[in-house]
Design a protein around this ligand. Structure first.
Ligand SMILES: Nc1ncnc2c1ncn2[C@@H]1O[C@H](COP(=O)(O)OP(=O)(O)OP(=O)(O)O)[C@@H](O)[C@H]1O
Length: 585
């Protein structure tokens, strides 16, 4: 990945890293030769040439890290861009909702996002650091061998425990990060609540700040305690290993001095020896640290790989075309629950939605109406039974094709921190710049006048979290009902779709606005296939077919008059609402 992201930068880094690793060894060797030359009173120009070489090496040693650092940062930027592109591309292409409701996947996702796509670059850096460390250590060890094979072996041996300890620590660190995943996600959740605009009202009214604050700190303390434990172990281990290394160096130094005093070593040899001891230990220490880092980054990278390699949460078989709806959508014995441990929500739903017919779907809270909508959009597949579109099983068509044929106002609709025009335009990206179509959709949703009255009309931002594009004026917050109408306009922008689904589209509107909206929608839905969910039965009574969902099945089906005559659930609920209104008179 690092190579593909920026081959020229990667090559520069490899060459400079190897060069930088060799510089200390060559410098030390030349210094030894220079000192020996001076001690032997060498009067040839060799000493001058050696000194000149040292000066050039000094220059290279000071410039190399600078250029290497620049190349490294640039390569990191390119890798990160590529990795983010891939990560969010994969997340965006997940066809269903199941992954977003799976805590294990969400933990992998958090760690993948947290690594920011930097891990491939960091692993590459660490590997290069290790290769560099090997070159430096190898060079110095060679030099050390020529002076004392015993000291060379001891130095090497002294560094091995550090290598093993670092691998162990990296493993523990990665395991800890995984264990702390849910803790840190909860901490993030509390901190978001404390600082979010949406939650600010309730948090203040119910006096939740202290409560959330304490919980947030509680999670942080748990994470800190876990991290502290690991760091204490790490500090102890590293302290012991450093002591061993220092003892070996000290013993080596005493030995070298004694040898020099006895005339067995030259001044250059002593310098070479001292530098080689420090160089080998430094290089192996660096190598060990890089190994630990590489291991840690690789483990973090495994979360990234888990997410980018995630299988689609729905089996994708696009072997059949999805033609425009010509006959009907049919649910046959549809059973559904959100997971094997969850209760059944739908228990054998049979329902036909003929083309050109308006359906009104009613039922008590939790009866499964929105779940049925999610199945029609194929955010999940039925556990048993089938949903067909003109006889074609939804499992066999491309989900993008299916969704392209549907327009929905969800009960929990979105309000984006974008301009009003864009908030409507995202309903049909091909027309996001078509101001005429956007205005037309807003008019049909009954929100055009309100939008025109905003400071910048359709260009007004629907948030006060950002400044407008001019960086001067602020956006606005719309009222609940106005926001809902914008969501309706968004759905109406794609009104040539085959199926229009409206899940509680007027829950936030006042009575007059609701009446007016339903009159507009009635006109709009006439002759089109639509599914309207509402608890206010006077708004669905006009539908061609009313469907009552109860206990996971279609309990009643027919026109308003049929169901009143049937004297069942619908009749009871309708009468209750009607009487409620009359009592108020
Ligand atoms: N993503 C989910 N994971 C697990 N359970 C869920 C999920 N979404 C909904 N449920 C459960 O499914 C049941 C049906 O929910 P659904 O939203 O479909 O009901 P509804 O009929 O639309 O209700 P309401 O009238 O309150 O909007 C509820 O018991 C709910 O707790």
């Amino acid at each position: 990945m690092a190579w593909n992201a920026g081959p020229a930068w990667a090559a520069t880094i490899v060459v400079l890293s190897l060069f930088a690793a060799a510089i200390p060894v060559v410098t030390t060797w030349i210094t030894k030769l220079t000192l020996d030359g001076l001690a032997a009173k060498d009067t040839t120009t060799t000493v001058i040439a050696l000194a000149f070489a040292l000066a050039v090496l000094g220059l290279a040693a000071s410039l190399t890290p600078l250029i290497r650092g620049y190349a490294g940062t640039e390569l990191d930027r390119q890798i990160s861009l590529r990795a983010q592109d891939r990560l969010y591309g994969v997340i965006g292409r997940l066809p269903g909702l199941a992954r977003f409701e799976d805590p294990t996947f969400l933990d992998h996702l958090r760690l993948a996002v947290q690594s920011g796509g930097m891990t491939p670059g960091q692993v590459g850096e660490a590997v290069l650091g290790m290769v560099g460390g090997l070159i430096t250590a190898g060079g110095f060890l060679g030099a050390l061998l020529s002076i004392s094979p015993l000291m060379a072996a001891l130095t090497l041996l002294g560094s091995l425990p550090a290598l093993l300890a670092e691998i162990l620590m990296a493993k523990r660190l990665a395991a800890m990060m995984w264990t702390l995943g849910p803790v840190e996600r909860r901490e993030f959740f509390y901190s978001q609540l404390l600082s979010s605009t949406e939650a600010a009202k309730e948090v203040r009214l119910y006096g939740l700040s202290e409560f959330l604050h304490k919980r947030m700190l509680g999670e942080r303390r748990t994470a800190n305690a876990e991290k502290r434990r690991l760091e204490q172990r790490q500090t102890l281990t590293q302290g012991a290993l450093r002591a061993v290394a220092a003892m070996i160096s000290g013993a080596g130094l005493v030995w070298a001095m004694m040898q020099a005093r006895a005339g067995m070593l030259t001044i250059g040899d002593v310098l070479m020896f001292v530098a080689a001891m420090a160089g080998v230990q430094g290089a192996i220490g660096g190598l060990v640290a890089q190994l630990g880092l590489a291991h840690q980054h690789l483990l973090l990278f495994s979360h990234y790989r888990h997410v980018v390699g995630a299988e689609p949460d729905l089996p994708l078989r696009a072997d059949q075309q999805l033609p425009p709806l010509s006959a009907q959508i049919e649910l046959k014995d549809v059973w559904f629950r959100y997971g094997p441990d969850h209760p059944w929500i739908l228990r054998g739903v049979n329902l036909t939605i003929p083309r050109g017919v308006s359906i009104g779907l009613v039922g008590l809270n939790g009866s499964g109406k929105s779940t049925l909508v999610k199945l029609l959009c194929r955010f999940y597949d039925p556990v048993r039974g089938t949903i067909t579109w003109d006889g074609v099983d939804l499992r066999n068509v491309d989900v993008a094709d299916l969704r392209n044929r549907i327009s929905v106002v969800f009960q929990d609709f979105m309000q984006y921190d974008l301009s009003v025009a864009e908030n409507i335009g995202v309903g049909d990206l091909a027309r996001i710049g078509d101001r005429h179509a956007i205005k037309d959709a807003a008019e049909r949703a009954g929100v055009n006048d309100a939008v025109q009255a905003l400071p910048s009309g359709y260009d007004t931002l629907m948030t006060r979290s950002f400044f407008q594009e001019d960086e001067q004026s602020e956006g606005v917050y719309l009222s609940g009902g106005q926001g809902q109408r914008i969501a309706i306009a968004r759905a109406l922008l794609r009104d040539e779709r085959d199926l229009l689904i409206l899940d509680e589209p007027s829950s936030g509107l006042d009575a007059e606005a609701e009446y007016e909206l339903h009159m507009r929608l009635k006109k709009h839905r006439a002759g089109k296939t639509s599914l309207l969910i509402s608890h206010r039965l006077n708004t669905v009574r006009e539908a061609d077919i009313l469907v009552v969902l109860d206990d996971g099945v279609v309990a009643e089906l027919g026109s308003h008059d049929d169901l009143i005559q049937l004297d069942g659930h619908y009749s009871r609920l309708f009468t209750m609402q009607a009487v409620g209104y009359q009592d108020d008179l």
